[in-house]
Design a protein around this ligand. Sequence first.
Ligand SMILES: NC(=O)c1ccc[n+]([C@@H]2O[C@H](COP(=O)([O-])OP(=O)(O)OC[C@H]3O[C@@H](n4cnc5c(N)ncnc54)[C@H](OP(=O)(O)O)[C@@H]3O)[C@@H](O)[C@H]2O)c1
Length: 330
Amino acid sequence: MTLSDSMLAMEISAPGGPDVLMPVAVPVPVPGHGQIIIRVAYAGVNRPDALQRAGAYAPPPSASPLPGLECSGTVVEVGPGVSRWKIGDRVCALLPGGGYAEYAVTHEAHALPIPRGLSLKEAACLPETCFTVWSNMVTRGGLRAGERFLVHGGTSGIGTTAIQIANALGARVFATAGSDEKCEVCRSLGAEVAINYRTEDFVSVMTAEGGANLILDMVGGPYIERNIKALADGGRLVQIAFLQGAKVTLNLAEVMTRRLVLTGSTLRPQSDLAKARIARAVEAEVWPMIERGAVRVVMDSEYELPQAAAAHWRLESGAHVGKIVLRVEE
Ligand SMILES: NC(=O)c1ccc[n+]([C@@H]2O[C@H](COP(=O)([O-])OP(=O)(O)OC[C@H]3O[C@@H](n4cnc5c(N)ncnc54)[C@H](OP(=O)(O)O)[C@@H]3O)[C@@H](O)[C@H]2O)c1
């Protein structure tokens, strides 16, 4: 198959609001050693895309400057040394960038088969959230069955995935969200307790339960001190973002006296090898949960690729529940 030289993509024309996302014609990527080219069917939209668009999250030096961290589609070209995939295979994949386009390039080890029973649209929503949740909640956070697990932003793409995977692992799941309706969604996904943070204090709720053994947080700012208070002795706090700021003044004595662990990570700048390890764990552990129905994709809305700005307006309105996707071609 011969690919055309140029493709439609959505570029960040300048740092700014959603309307800086503009359609452009750019060259189709060429696969390097160990890389594949995917004809994109759907691209997932994630909060880090909005941060990148606003100029607050630069792509790693070797990555495409186009936004888009995940997609689903069909392999149309393989680079030298590719062993797992062949032309025509349907995959979903973590991308270093470049998902908002007709074709995307990624390392072959960052692509996964479409889980049995899922559509390409649903599969496009999986890589970024599943990789992030598994690597932070399980590998780094060490979540175990029976533990009390608190996730903030329970109806975000990350939150809906974390609630379900934690539930499937046998943890007791607590989630926060910004409305009663969103709390109801958290409970429907398996949260034992959902806390409307506008009307309830999550620290009091967790303290009454004996404290959280693990907290997955994306809020930061004033939540950092409150998270520390909400942890049980020996508890772990894993930070995956700082929506309300990363700079605070803290008395860290409790970390010492109560043997707490404060940690965190971000997926995108990690090495190809590190991401390949996460991919193997996700395929081995999370794919079976999806295929037996214990974890499902919570879909908010779908937009056509040229309407990427509208998708970002929706994401930043905070009204969405679960994932937003761009339809590229199916
Ligand atoms: N570390 C990593 O590798 C990594 C990877 C992917 C994503 N992330 C981060 O994980 C977070 C979730 O990503 P996503 O794509 O799932 O985003 P998303 O669907 O847009 O979710 C963001 C959530 O945060 C809550 N929220 C937004 N602004 C807030 C604020 N100022 N204070 C408190 N809560 C706020 C919202 O819930 P309510 O409406 O209930 O407030 C919303 O559900 C983002 O911050 C993203 O940057 C990190």
